[in-house]
Design a protein around this ligand. Sequence first.
Ligand code: MG
Length: 374
Amino acid sequence: MQQGLRRAVPCHRGQRMTCKNPFLRGAFAVLATGLLSLFSATAQGAVAPVSTRGNEVLVGGQPGSVAGSSFFWSNTGWGGERFYNPQAVAWLKKDWNAGIVRAAMGVDAPGGYLADASNKQRVATLVDAAIANDMYVIIDWHSHHAERYRAQAIAFFQSMARAYGDRDNVIYEIYNEPLDISWHDTLKPYAEAVIAAIRAIDPDNLIVVGTPHWSQDVDVAAADPITGYANIAYALHFYAGTHGQALRSKALAALDKGVPLFVTEWGTVNADGDGAVADGETAAWMAFLKANRISAVNWSITDKAEGAAALMPGTSATGDWTDAQLTASGARVRAIVRGWPALDAGGWPRRRLRMSSIADRGAAGSAAIAARAP
Ligand code: MG
């Protein structure tokens, strides 16, 4: 039935003009205009909105997770910035089946945003490309000392919220990895200030909050969570060559306390970004994330000569990457991302506005009701 509905609107926006009859073309244009105004909220971004409920992240109102890759530090002169282009994002969608990318905007480190505003344009390039490819995108304030730059973070995220707050694709990550600093005295006040600024502009998009100790102490944040705002999740970062069951136990403790988690950065290798792929722990982590429907964004898309880099040195920045151009980590992550569980019907990112959205929403509602039934 849904296929039939799609075929009944051959001149739909976003499709090639296949309609040969001028009268039909005009009629369908009127119909399409009406639908666009009627369902403009659905049309924005063409992905399902992300929200939270209890300790779950919901995609399209249902528990679900997405997988993809983070780009490397955006900093000028660091080598990863050339990958911040639309073709790389499109390739990750097409060949890796990635549902999400992350723009890791360097802030205070040399060549970062505070010294070179072109970093912000790199972020915008990735966000625009993610929207064009119906993907989620994390706007990451990639700093280890963000509490020192709170005013700059507020101004930056206000700008991003004004530009992209009506796009369901966008997720804000307001502090990549705090070091060993106090959650209660330093991180939580920072987060509350930045969240308040975003929420004054964008009432709903997911905000991911960094947690102490390189975004590992999610249990500490969960014991003293941010209240008063909807759609807040907590960052969990791990590197499989370094972190294992002990960190998974902390994650479970956080979930048990009722907060949702989002893995905005993880690696197959050691926590310093180098070393070999840790096969067994990578598998254990992926099983854990899938079982708990936690999204996973791998570090990183770059050709730096280190274990965490997905690409061999000298690889083209614009996609079309062959198997031989993937590192051991890149090949492993590509397989993981390609095989990530699909979202349920109501949560699957919609490629474009279509009449069957109505049927999808009805089905999603029915499924949610059925899931809650005893
Ligand atoms: Mg919004």
